[in-house]
Write a protein of this length. Structure first.
Length: 381
């Protein structure tokens, strides 16, 4: 018998953002679902996924009052989306004020809702899945900007209504189950995917030349291990500069050979990645490590951590080092300086490994999860 088709929706909280791993995950989920079945609906609001835009004092007060007074919200629906103004910030305001989730009601046939982050809301009468990307705030709060206690409360509240938690690697799953004391049956690792790898015009900023610089891309948060990476790069004696690119790197870090670039548009970032001598990503904690897989797909050698999700995702296709050992990182950089055969091998292995993370494979895993719930009585219409 043909598989039952039910509506699927993905939150659009970061639909207009590109600067975070969660935004990339959400984009990949939308692409994966569209590649393996009908395109999903998107839950949109009037913020259009603005990232890092602070609300005015008046907006904050109004939202706080609304959060206290309003427990339910009726969504609008058309052929491509569900919609309510300010739904994401209102959900957060309600949870902050009351410790309760915002209940959403959607007209039309019920379906499956994917929350790509633990947003304190749920669609009543739908199957609700929530992705938890990592347990870093719980296991290493000094490495994260997310406060552990509010996150713990939010996960516990969501757990009361969630049909399944999703995550992105086996390492993340094990850590999340332990940190939040969840039952193993409550969580599925559906992985993630790489998408939007189209290059730009190939122009590199400044005096950068193909194969003659190392690259780090991402936020400058403590878990990214940048002080140790910079010290190791400096100690390695490499003649090649180290390029840091992301939305929040401090230009004051500059020194000879250390190049700080601002946030790069997607195609410019892909050009930087595919022309780098190697991606250096010895992070102290990741749920997945998307830059690692993106670089491998582009044929760029990768140096990354020898533990956790990064080692799992690399699966023997990257140069693995102890991220706490500055000398080990420096030795790894030295090998990438001098061993052309190693870099060629890593490039080949990386391309092969990246095929495990296509949108088709991600979509197949998601659709397999959906099939577990298509006989759910809530989806009867």
């Amino acid at each position: 018998m043909p598989e039952r088709q039910v509506p699927v929706c993905v939150d659009g909280r970061l639909a207009a953002a590109n600067a975070t791993g969660v935004a990339s995950y959400a984009r990949a989920m939308r692409d994966a679902l569209a590649a393996t079945g009908p395109s999903p609906l998107i839950l949109e609001d009037d913020q259009r996924g603005r990232f890092g835009v602070r609300a005015s004092l008046r907006e904050t007060i109004q939202r706080h009052m609304m959060g206290r007074l309003r427990s339910r919200l009726l969504l609008a629906r058309d052929a491509r989306r569900l919609y309510a103004p300010d739904v994401y910030r209102l959900a957060q305001a309600r949870f902050s004020a009351t410790g309760q989730l915002l209940i959403l009601d959607a007209p039309g046939p019920p379906g499956i809702m994917h929350w790509t982050y633990p947003i304190p809301a749920w669609i009543r009468g739908w199957v609700n899945f929530y992705t938890i990307h990592d347990a870093i705030p719980m296991l290493g709060p000094e490495l994260s900007g997310v406060a552990p206690d509010p996150l713990q409360r939010r996960i516990m509240a969501i757990g009361a209504v969630a049909d399944r938690f999703l995550t992105v690697s086996d390492a993340a799953r094990d850590q999340i189950l332990s940190a939040f004391r969840l039952h193993p049956s409550s969580m599925a690792n559906c992985g993630a995917a790489i998408t939007a790898l189209a290059p730009g015009d190939g122009h590199l900023p400044g005096n950068l030349r193909t194969g003659e610089y190392y690259l780090f891309c991402g936020l400058g948060e403590p878990r990214k291990n940048l002080p140790r990476l910079i010290a190791a790069w400096r100690a390695s004696g490499t003649p090649f500069p180290l390029v840091l690119t992301g939305p929040d790197h401090d230009p004051a870090q500059r020194e000879p050979g250390l190049i700080i670039l601002p946030y790069q548009e997607r195609q410019a970032l892909i050009d930087l990645m595919r022309h780098a001598r190697a991606l250096l990503f010895p992070s102290l904690g990741e749920g997945f490590g998307l830059p690692v897989v993106e670089a491998m797909a582009l044929g760029t050698p990768v140096l990354t951590a020898n533990n956790g999700a990064l080692a799992e995702v690399a699966n023997g296709s990257a140069l693995l080092v102890d991220p706490l050992d500055e000398e080990a990182i420096a030795r790894g950089i030295g090998r990438l300086d001098h061993e052309d055969e190693l870099r060629a091998t890593l490039a080949s292995l990386g391309r092969d490994r990246s095929r495990a993370f296509t949108v088709d494979r991600f979509g197949a895993r998601l659709r397999q999860l959906h099939n577990e719930f298509t006989s759910d009585s809530r989806l009867d219409v």
